[in-house]
Design a protein around this ligand. Structure first.
Ligand SMILES: Nc1nc2c(ncn2[C@@H]2O[C@H](COP(=O)(O)OP(=O)(O)O)[C@@H](O)[C@H]2O)c(=O)[nH]1
Ligand SMILES: [Mg+2]
Length: 420
């Protein structure tokens, strides 16, 4: 047995104490939660992470990375659900799911967005002709619209975002915000002082699914300019979500910059104390509470592992965001100003929301979609994936950012693990 370095052991102990204090504060709500067990509802009322390890965080990083590589090296093809909908012979007469491709983008990102659209079309959408929704707080230029039209097979909607919804609320205390942004910058948090980035994170967390154009849609595939898609998809991923009752689909799972989400979890616990009935009995609590691989992150984020699904690719059901638990929660979060006094990202917000309020079996890891957003790539061993290095997640010094193995170890059922 290797002993944990003393400094880290102290941090872990402190984290446990802090989180217990927080938990005691909210455990009067009387909800039932499992604690590290796989039973649906346990008699234990504490929202705690109960897994222990005698290994050091560094050893866990290495072990988890090795596990990730082993998983990715295993040859796979498609989900073995037996109900995959194949490309129609005439996509123009295809009865599509109620779904859209979705991107928030600036006019100046035309080149990178076209590059990504070409890949999405070649791998998937030329076979199905799903529409696209382009969102922007500025009007799209004619050049942007005309160029896009040449590359999309489905209908394109170019939509403005109401400035009153996009911009930061008047209730934000400007002095407090300036001090907080300065502090974040001192801590090297990216985009600390870029208000537009905070607006973007807030918009994708709290507002996008209420955009008038998106009202007509249920599912969306979010993409970003400059991202890469490597694998052919020969089934309708939206119908896959619908027919298999999936709410949220992702490819990459990571830890976050802990200073950006210091109070996201404490605020969430305050909310849960008022709404314990919103919690799903089969939520992905271990994913949210893990503290073994990066204990300093869980400590700084006051009990939240910072693990999240990387939302720059996601396929999800907006009816979930429109439901009372998620929308009440994000409106509460918004009222605290945390999108501006900290730099809460939409990725942790979507991830915490879906992990608390949805059945974890409805969260799907799309192992067959090879994907890259700098600096992370995820590519399985699939013959129809081309151009990506398989089982090579990122640069060596960033391997500790991998949180997918936690998802695999703590949250995936055997059925989920064997779906490919
Ligand atoms: N319209 C608009 N889109 C934005 C703005 N800021 C970011 N985005 C978009 O939001 C997404 C995330 O931004 P990005 O710069 O890629 O953030 P990162 O991936 O976290 O580094 C991308 O699709 C951007 O094009 C903005 O101020 N206006
Ligand atoms: Mg990006």
């Amino acid at each position: 047995m290797v002993s944990i370095p003393r400094k880290i052991a102290r941090l872990v102990a402190f984290a446990l104490i802090v989180s217990s204090i927080l938990l005691v504060g909210v455990n009067t709500g009387g909800w039932n939660l499992r604690a590290g067990t796989k039973s649906r509802v346990s008699g234990d009322r504490r929202l705690v992470f109960s897994h222990k390890s005698s290994k050091s965080p560094q050893q866990i990083v290495e072990e988890n990375y090795k596990t990730l590589q082993e998983i990715l090296k295993k040859p796979i093809h498609e989900p073995k659900t037996g109900n995959l909908v194949r490309p129609p012979s005439d996509p123009n007469r295809y009865d599509r799911a109620n779904a859209t491709m979705l991107v928030l983008v600036r006019n100046r990102e035309l080149g990178p967005v076209v590059r990504t659209i070409k890949q999405i079309e070649a791998k998937f959408n030329q076979k199905f002709h799903y529409p696209y929704v382009f969102l922007n707080e500025e009007p799209f230029t004619e050049r942007f619209k005309e160029t896009i039209q040449k590359h999309v097979s489905g209908e394109a909607f170019f939509e403005s975002i109401d400035k009153a919804i996009w911009e930061q609320p008047k209730s934000i205390n400007l002095r407090k915000q300036a001090d907080a942004m300065q502090q974040l910058e001192t801590e090297n948090v990216g985009y600390a002082k870029l208000v537009s980035y905070h607006n973007m994170c807030r918009y994708y967390s709290v507002n996008f699914y209420n955009h008038p154009r998106l009202q007509q849609f249920r599912y969306y595939w979010r993409f970003e300019p400059g991202t890469d898609y490597y694998c052919d998809l020969d089934y309708d991923v939206f119908k896959f979500m619908q027919m298999n009752e999936k709410t949220y689909g992702f490819v990459i799972a990571l830890y976050d910059v802990e200073q950006s989400v210091k109070t996201l979890w404490p605020r969430t616990l305050e909310f849960l104390a008022q709404h314990p009935d919103y919690l799903h009995p089969n939520g992905a609590y271990d994913f949210l509470l893990e503290n073994l691989q990066n204990p300093h992150k869980t400590l700084t984020a006051n009990g939240y592992s910072t693990c999240h699904f990387w939302s720059n690719f996601e396929i999800a059901d907006m009816d979930f965001y429109r439901s009372k638990p998620y929308s009440d929660w994000v409106n509460f979060l918004d009222s605290t100003g945390g999108f501006y006094y900290e730099r809460w990202g939409d990725a942790p917000v979507h991830s915490v929301g879906v992990s608390l309020f949805e059945d974890r079996d409805k969260i799907h890891w799309f192992r067959d979609i090879g994907y890259k957003h700098q600096p992370y790539t995820l590519c399985s061993n699939r013959p129809s994936c081309a151009g990506c290095k398989k089982a090579d997640f990122t640069y060596k010094h960033l391997r500790d950012q991998n949180c997918l193995t936690n998802w695999w170890n703590y949250e995936m059922s055997e059925d989920q693990k064997n779906i490919y």
